[in-house]
Ligand binder design. Sequence first.
Ligand code: FE2
Ligand code: FE2
Length: 231
Amino acid sequence: MTDTITSPDHSSAAYLDAYSRINAMVIVGEGLADRHFRLLAAAIPADAKTLQVLAAMEGRHARDFVGCGANLGVKPDTPLARSLFAPLHALFLEANRAGDRVACLVIQCLIVECFAVAAYRCYLPVADVYARPITAEVLKDEALHLSYGEDWLRPRFQQVAAGVVACCQRAVPVALSMLERLKPDLETIGIDPVELVGEFMACFQESLQAIGFSPARSRQVLTELAVSALA
Ligand SMILES: [Fe+2]
Ligand SMILES: [Fe+2]
């Protein structure tokens, strides 16, 4: 994959302008992940300590990516990022208010974390020299967050399977729609949006299988989501 990538000019005006929006998405996404894990810590008292540790990691990620923007002299477009994340964050808060721990875990630990993993995997080969080692470290942490959700859902598969699918049907299209606005900026910083969606789908299918869905069923869930996104 890396042999087809041409590294962007990290100092061009176009790069820095696009980075102000992508960097803001990352910072806001990490900040929301911090908040979601703190809410999960309250919702799952038995795992509160673990979840607070994961929340703290997300807070650190947000600060590290603030540093990446500052290193390039970029001011992140935080209001835009907040507005793009608002519908997904609202779904999380709605699930949290309803006491729906399954939906909360699907939104944060599967959907948001798979997006983070996919985005950072695609960003890593085109990142500037300051951001690259930071992104590589963050990527390792996101895999742990994904595993937490999988490990909670897997032993309860029979009880949670229908809820997982229902949540995916609502929340995955919301997550994918965030990408629409960011397509040109992703391209400018060297990320192919189609490759990013492909990485997300692959990561998400792996997660569905990790919690107990058969390969055929997980493919079917994703195909239905792709079809509804095109409708
Ligand atoms: Fe993170
Ligand atoms: Fe994470």
